[in-house]
Write a protein that binds this ligand. Structure first.
Ligand code: SF4
Length: 306
């Protein structure tokens, strides 16, 4: 039986230990970029759920150089435990939405740090033109490059409601282009988007199984202050998941996903000061403990190692 680091699914922690021989930590960087969904190119209000910080509310201060951002976070993290390796994660906004010479500068600065083992870049599939792809291909020869794509859902009607701003075919082309260059792809999904039933969410999981992707982030829908989603929520246009309901859905998603796909995230950790609902989501440790407990009860996970 396959042992996924004492969890019954293919966890990121397990993958990192297997690949790098030790635990690898993340430093969250801010390249100071914007997003075509915010600067007026595609729209000016962003995706309906996206906070002012461009889904990067924990990212470092963009006024610091990349080197300074990395060093500041390493100093803090290494105070608690000895750490040798890090993932340099460009999280806030769209991290390939800038001229290629600038991208080259900041990504090279990150990847050149001796303790950085992986460069991970959060972006949109419609911001991966040929020159950007060539740059990523070159960087991927230096150290592994992961590209994180915010798909959220396979359903076009939901994509229109959340104002994602690109079609599924665009995502599919981006995945093909990245994989042709051996760049690993991590897909972000949101569970509990307004109007999506359980079977539709599971259809997104089945769809991902058909794509050549290496990782997935399963993010609980958070309603954050200041977003248009919050306005719809306050008008009672949709409801958010109860905790046990979400955990059962999450387990269903894990059952449906190809076990080769690495699970990078299972809840999400939105900023507490912005979180309107569901408030139980802010107690992440408790949620994960309960999840593991419920998995043990589920027949399909019986006999798998926790
Ligand atoms: S693409 Fe990302 S950064 Fe841009 S509006 Fe949507 S969630 Fe926010």
């Amino acid at each position: 039986m396959r042992k996924w680091n004492e969890k019954p699914y293919h966890s990121l922690d397990y993958m990192l230990r297997e690949r790098f021989g030790e635990k690898v930590y993340k430093v969250t960087l801010n390249g100071g970029m914007s997003c075509p969904n915010r600067d007026g190119t595609l729209g000016s209000r962003g995706c309906i759920f996206c906070s002012e910080g461009g889904s990067g509310d924990f990212a470092a201060d963009a006024r610091l150089s990349i080197q300074e951002q990395i060093e500041t976070q390493i100093t803090l993290l290494a105070q608690k435990r000895p750490i040798n390796k890090y993932i340099a994660y460009f999280q806030a906004y769209t991290n390939t939405y800038a001229p290629v010479p600038y991208l080259n500068k900041i990504f090279t600065e990150a990847i050149s740090h001796p303790q950085v083992a992986v460069l991970s870049i959060g972006t949109r599939p419609d911001c991966l033109g040929p020159e950007v792809l060539t740059l990523l291909e070159e960087l991927n020869r230096v150290k592994p490059v992961w590209v994180e794509l915010g798909l959220q859902t396979k359903h076009e009607a939901t994509a229109r409601y959340i104002r994602r701003g690109y079609q599924l075919s665009c995502f599919e082309e981006a995945v093909r282009n990245l994989r042709q260059r051996r760049i690993e792809v991590i897909v972000h999904t949101i569970l509990g988007l307004p109007g999506e039933r359980r079977d539709e969410i599971l259809a997104t999981m089945e769809y991902l199984n058909t794509m050549d992707i290496q990782g997935v982030k399963l993010q609980l829908l958070h309603v954050l202050r200041g977003t248009d989603l919050a306005l719809d929520y306050e008008q009672g246009l949709f409801r958010v998941y109860e905790r046990t309901e979400y955990l059962d859905l999450l387990i269903d998603c894990l059952e449906h996903l190809d076990p080769e796909i690495v699970i990078h995230r299972m809840t999400g950790d939105g900023p507490k000061d912005l979180l309107i609902a569901p408030l139980w989501a802010s107690r992440k440790r408790e949620v994960l403990n309960l999840l593991h407990h419920r998995m043990k009860e589920r027949e399909s996970f019986q006999g798998k190692v926790f």
